[in-house]
Design a protein around this ligand. Structure first.
Ligand code: UDP
Length: 266
C-alpha cells in the first residue's frame, strides 16, 4: 500500500482512491497513533450538497480519509479518465470496522439513529463478531445545543477507538468535526442509515441488486419519500456536464496534494 492515497477532486470535493483493505489499514494506523481522525464516505449526494455548503466541503476536504462510497463517483472517474479502484460502501466499511475492533480488541461506540436502534445494532454486531467490545450506544441528537451532553455521554464510556455516528449527512460529519478534538477518538465516521440496517429495522437491498448498482432503486421502492434526495445523481451529472460545457475541469487528480496526507501517519 502506498503511504498516501492518490485522490481526485470531483467538483472540488476530495475523494481518495482507496480500497476496503487500505481504508482498514489506515484505520489501524489512526488507532495506533491515538490521535483523532475523521473518515468520510463520499457519494454524489455529498458532492451536490458540498457545492452550496462550504463548511461541509471543507470538512470533507480536510478529513483524514475520504472513501469513494457512491457508484456515481466511480462512473464519473472512469468517464473522465481518472478511474477509482474500488467502491468502498459506508455500510460495508462500518461492518468491517466492527470486525476489526473484534479481532484486534478495539472498543466501538455507536452514536445516533432513533431511540434503541444503536443499542440493537450493537447487540447484533456483538453476536456477529464474538468478542466485540461495544463501549456504548446512544441515540441523542446532532443539534449543536446538545453537543456538550453528547460528548459527555461518549466520554463516560471510557476508551473509544472507533466511533460511528448515524445522523445522516451532512449533520453527522459536521457533528464529528465540531466535537472530535474534545473526544480524541482515533477513528470517527458518519454512517447514515447503517444502524437501521445493522439492527434489522430496515432491510438492505439484496446483494445482486447492490452488485448491479441498483441499491438506490431498492431504497426508492421501500422508502418512496426519499425520491427528492435521489435527485442528487441527475443533479451531479448535470453539474459535471455544466462544468465541462464551461470548459472547467470537473475532475482533477490530486496526486501529491498536501490535503491527501491529512491525518496519515500522525
Ligand atoms: N437521524 C437521527 N437524528 C436526526 C436525523 C437523522 O438519529 O436528527 C438518523 C436516522 O434515524 C437514520 C440516520 O440518521 O438512522 C440517517 O439515515 P438516512 O437513511 O437518511 O441516511 P443515508 O444512509 O441515506 O445517508
Amino acid at each position: 500500500m502506498t503511504s498516501r492515497p492518490r485522490s481526485l477532486a470531483i467538483l472540488g470535493v476530495r475523494v481518495d482512491d482507496v480500497t476496503y483493505g487500505e481504508a482498514l489499514e489506515f484505520s489501524r494506523r489512526f488507532i495506533r497513533s491515538g490521535k483523532p481522525h475523521l473518515l468520510v464516505t463520499v457519494n454524489t449526494e455529498f458532492v451536490v450538497s458540498a457545492q452550496k455548503d462550504a463548511r461541509f466541503r471543507d470538512v470533507i476536504n480536510t478529513a483524514a480519509l475520504s472513501v469513494p462510497d457512491g457508484g456515481g463517483l466511480l462512473l464519473a472517474g472512469r468517464i473522465f479518465g481518472f478511474p477509482l479502484r474500488e467502491q468502498v460502501r459506508g455500510t460495508d466499511l462500518a461492518d468491517r470496522l466492527a470486525e476489526l475492533c473484534a479481532l484486534e480488541g478495539h472498543r466501538l461506540f455507536l452514536l445516533g439513529a432513533a431511540e434503541g436502534v444503536a443499542a440493537e445494532a450493537g447487540r447484533r454486531l456483538s453476536t456477529k463478531y464474538p468478542g466485540l467490545q461495544v463501549a456504548g450506544t446512544y441515540g441523542g441528537s446532532p443539534d449543536p445545543g446538545r453537543d456538550a451532553e453528547m460528548v459527555a455521554r461518549v466520554r463516560q464510556a471510557g476508551r473509544v477507538d472507533v466511533l460511528l455516528v448515524a445522523y445522516g449527512a451532512p449533520a453527522q460529519e459536521l457533528w464529528i468535526a465540531r466535537n472530535l478534538e474534545r473526544l480524541g477518538t482515533p477513528v470517527a465516521m458518519g454512517v447514515g442509515g447503517v444502524f437501521d440496517y445493522f439492527s434489522g429495522r430496515v432491510p438492505r437491498a439484496p446483494k445482486w441488486m447492490r452488485d448491479l448498482g441498483l441499491e438506490w432503486l431498492y431504497r426508492l421502492v421501500r422508502q418512496p419519500w426519499r425520491w427528492r434526495r435521489q435527485l442528487a445523481l441527475p443533479r451531479f451529472a448535470l453539474t459535471v456536464l455544466w462544468s465541462v460545457l464551461r470548459r472547467r475541469q470537473a475532475i482533477v487528480s490530486l496526486r501529491g496534494d498536501p490535503l491527501v496526507c491529512g491525518g496519515e501517519g500522525d
